[in-house]
Design a protein around this ligand. Structure first.
Ligand code: AMP
Length: 560
């Protein structure tokens, strides 16, 4: 499935307040998943979207749902279930942004680990959209503080994640409590059998939306990726630009606003750059591309749409500053380099959350992307020194320095100092904006990428069902304590149930949940040390397979 060439949000029959906000946030055109989902949901269909994070799936359901909301009514009209509290918050925030021009709109995230009293207060006040994790939503349904009676739409976000975390039965229980005549949108990156069963049982003739990943080979392009957290992207980018020998560069950003901001930041750092986006007139766009061709500028920061078809042979580098929405647009983007029989370099910025798209890209291009390390401060410093020396040489060769030599002579004689002391002071002044003794380090993302077996790259590693769960990753700097919970094999508990319950109810990221060992009537689990008392109290009451966990510190262990 591809986006039609001329697709625009305006064609999608969205309301004026939504179109206005899309203009403000700078989305230029719908991503493929949006182009397909928005009309289908607006028409009232159920949908089954096979899409992962980064494809724009949140807006794919949030926009049509918002379009249909009746602001005069305060009861929940849309319920979104998400596997983790982080995602629930993220989705709720997205709704809030997209509903910026819809007065009276309320969205409420509800998840474990947050005070239930606060949630009860907010629920009483009314919210048209509720975004929650399954455990907490069930809790509220049981207490009758949340009613799904008048629910119009239901979204299951990252359904395979919910399955992986052991929530699928809870999800089904919640679905059973929703009216029969509701719309369901289910999103999942993969389609395990259990999810297929849910779709068959609860979705009514769904429109299936799958982003096709064509396989393509791009042999003359050196493809690399770099792990970087969003906060440090701009520093990472400038470092790459300082250390990579480049001629022309195209940097891809997701939004029109981002292209302008980034081009301005690069200008401020001394790079001849311009933005290229759909807000610019055709004439201005052509002029920008011409400037790049004629080396009047070296860097163009573009959106996908604006960069379509650019053919400039001096482009040595394509930098995917923001992850593309699908593998096809990745292939389009990197095709801007390596033209006219030349070789090119493509560098992809990837945050830990975007790992899946990275795998999908590797599959589509049939080429593993090489991990690239960010050039260290020392390398940058020595590059700068080298360049600085070259600038001195170039200046001596090309400029008449008579006046300046006389000035230096005069100064050094009057001050009784040597010429090289004066030169050192001048060098110091010249490098202030770009220090030659560069020392800043950029921290690596905390979660580094896992390379699984080649064939299984698209899947997350599955957890052992044999009663042992090894932590996916042991964070060396997180001290773990062993806790005991009073449920085990006899209660039919699996490690996945335990991870799910703890991750959701205590808001502990599943990667920080350590080794789990199941015994017949109890289990042990390693968790970050220093769990707050109220969280422990809360977890004691949390039920796994209908048995209270009754968590307590295991006698014995403080481990590192
Ligand atoms: P998601 O897949 O929902 O996690 O979205 C990934 C990112 O893409 C978010 O930062 C969105 O703000 C952004 N995004 C979503 N739709 C578009 C669009 N049509 N154009 C540009 N950016 C978008």
């Amino acid at each position: 499935m591809t986006t039609p060439e001329n697709a625009s949000f305006a064609d999608l029959a969205l309301s004026a307040p939504l179109l206005k906000v899309l203009q403000e946030v700078g989305y230029e055109s719908p991503s493929p998943i949006q182009a397909a989902s928005i009309p289908a949901l607006l028409e009232g269909n159920d949908i089954l979207g096979m899409a992962q994070t980064g494809t724009g799936k949140t807006a794919a359901f949030a926009l049509p749902m918002l379009n249909k909301i009746d602001l005069k009514k305060k009861h929940p009209q849309v319920l979104v279930l998400a596997p983790t509290r982080e995602l629930a918050i993220q989705v709720a925030e997205a709704f809030q942004v997209y509903a910026r021009h819809m007065p009276g709109f309320h969205v409420l995230p509800i998840y474990g680990g947050q005070s239930i009293d606060i949630q009860l207060k907010h629920l009483r006040r009314g919210a048209q959209v509720v975004v929650g994790t399954p455990g907490r939503v069930m809790d509220h349904l049981r207490r009758k503080s949340l009613s799904l009676e008048k629910l119009d739409s239901f979204v299951l976000d990252e359904a395979d994640e919910m399955l992986r975390m052991g929530f699928i039965e809870d999800v089904e229980w919640i679905l059973e409590h929703a009216p029969k005549q509701r719309q369901v949108a289910l999103f999942s990156a993969t389609m395990p059998a259990a999810i297929k069963k849910v779709t068959q049982k609860y979705l009514n003739n769904p429109v299936e939306i799958k982003i096709k990943s064509k396989t393509t080979t791009v042999e003359n392009i050196d493809q690399r990726y770099i792990q970087v957290t969003p906060r440090f992207k701009i520093d990472a980018l400038t470092r790459i630009l300082e250390s990579e020998p480049f001629d022309g560069v195209i940097i891809f950003a997701r939004t029109k606003t981002a292209t302008v901001e980034l081009a301005e930041k690069l200008e401020a750092r001394g790079y001849a750059s311009s933005a290229l986006n759909g807000d610019m007139s055709q004439q201005l766009r052509e002029r920008t591309i011409n400037n790049l061709k004629k080396s009047k500028i070296d860097i163009v920061v573009a959106t996908d749409v604006a960069a379509r078809g650019i053919d400039v042979s001096r482009i040595t580098h394509v930098i995917n500053y923001d992850m593309p929405h699908d593998t096809e647009s990745y292939v389009h983007r990197i095709g801007r380099t390596g033209r006219a029989g030349r070789t090119g370099t493509a560098i992809l910025f990837s945050s830990p959350r975007e790992r899946r798209m990275l795998f999908a890209i590797e599959k589509a291009t049939k080429a593993p992307l090489k991990e690239m390390q960010l050039p260290c401060a020392e390398t940058i410093a020595s590059k700068r020194v080298e360049q600085f020396k070259q600038t001195i040489t170039d200046t001596m060769e090309s400029v008449d320095l008579t006046f300046f030599t006389q000035l230096v002579d005069e100064y050094t004689q009057s001050q009784d100092i040597s010429a090289h002391e004066a030169a050192a002071a001048l060098v110091y002044l010249c490098q202030k904006d770009r220090p030659l003794q560069y020392k800043e380090e950029i921290p690596a993302p905390r979660e580094s990428r896992e390379r699984n077996s080649h064939s299984n790259r698209n899947e997350r590693p599955s957890r052992g069902e044999r009663g042992e769960r090894r932590p996916r990753r042991q964070q060396s700097d997180v001290a773990l304590t062993t806790y005991r919970i009073e449920v085990g094999r006899d209660q039919g508990v699996t490690p996945r149930d335990i991870v799910g319950a703890i991750a959701n109810e205590a808001g502990i990221d599943s990667q920080h949940i350590g080794h789990i060992k199941l015994h017949n009537d109890f289990s042990t689990v390693d968790l970050p040390a220093g769990m707050p008392k109220d969280m422990l109290q809360h977890l004691k009451r949390v039920r796994i397979r209908n048995n209270p966990m009754r968590i307590s510190l295991d006698q014995g262990g403080f481990k590192k």
